[in-house]
Design a protein around this ligand. Structure first.
Ligand code: SIN
Ligand code: MN
Length: 266
């Protein structure tokens, strides 16, 4: 099973797992997210209107449900099988694309941020994405250009510009490091678009160098996706200046915690 996932991940830059998060685990996470969203704390990031919650960061550091989630053996085993090393949690975020108000994420590669801003030596990290709402074609799914991770980090004029800039520009709809639309069109000729749609509980993984984006949510269906980034312990960043809730400074291998009712088969 992990072998199939690894094969798809290596060739396509993403894989969709045959397990889903159980309703019980989804319920715990949704309760936590609703509660954290109401808090006034730096981990809570708003859309440009300054009132709609766009994202929550680093929740695994203070919330029990999120702390349990990052220790699920399925995630840790998958990350370790792909990266070939023990892993730790580098980033944890919940991107809430609210109905009608949820903004876009421009085309980008995650590794641009991790390499330029944090000095992550290699692209030996992995994102797990978990749909916490039903994700459809129309509510701003994460969309990927399959196989584009094999292109490596795509040179872009904005890569030289702003290292050390405001971290808010790394989590807003106006991202610092993007892949421009003409380049995306060109890449898209050889790398087909894939949308990570699926019911709440769907679990996928994707590569730091895959080119991806998501559109604005103009529908009445909220779209929440939780992302855990695992990094190899041997690949820790060289110069982290971003806040601890954005890039976890503790490079300690995750201890797995079996939670018998956390997953169901698709
Ligand atoms: C991301 O690219 O980091 C998030 C995109 C999204 O949640 O739509
Ligand atoms: Mn991204």
């Amino acid at each position: 099973m992990l072998i199939d996932a690894k094969q798809q991940y290596d060739s396509q830059g993403f894989c969709v797992m045959p397990q889903r998060l159980s309703d019980a685990m989804l319920g715990r996470l949704r309760d936590s997210i609703a509660e954290i969203s109401r808090m006034s704390r730096p981990e809570v990031v708003y859309e440009k209107d300054e009132k709609t919650v766009r994202a929550l960061h680093g929740c695994h550091r203070f919330d029990d449900a999120c702390a349990d989630l990052v220790r699920l053996p399925l995630f840790v085993d998958l990350a370790e099988a792909i990266l070939g090393d023990p892993v730790y949690v580098y980033q944890f975020k919940v991107n809430i694309k609210n109905s009608h108000d949820g903004e876009k994420w421009p085309w980008h590669q995650d590794y641009a941020f991790w390499s330029i801003e944090d000095g992550m030596p290699a692209d030996r990290a992995l994102n797990i994405a978990i749909n916490l709402d039903d994700v459809f074609d129309w509510n701003g799914p994460l969309q990927l250009l399959a196989g584009s991770h094999l292109l490596g980090l795509i040179p872009s004029p904005n890569h030289g510009a702003a290292a050390g800039g405001d971290w808010r520009d790394h989590v807003s709809a106006d991202l610092t490091y993007t892949v421009d639309d003409r380049e995306v069109e060109e890449i898209g000729r050889r790398h087909p678009l894939h949308k990570l749609t699926g019911p709440a509980g769907t679990i996928s993984a994707f590569h730091p160098n895959i080119v991806h984006s998501s559109a604005r949510n103009t529908s009445s269906d909220r779209r929440t996706i939780l992302y855990i980034t695992y990094n190899a312990v041997t690949n820790s960043p060289r110069h982290v200046h971003r806040p601890d809730f954005l890039v976890d400074p503790s490079v300690t291998a995750v201890r797995k915690l079996a939670q018998p009712r956390a997953l169901t088969s698709v």
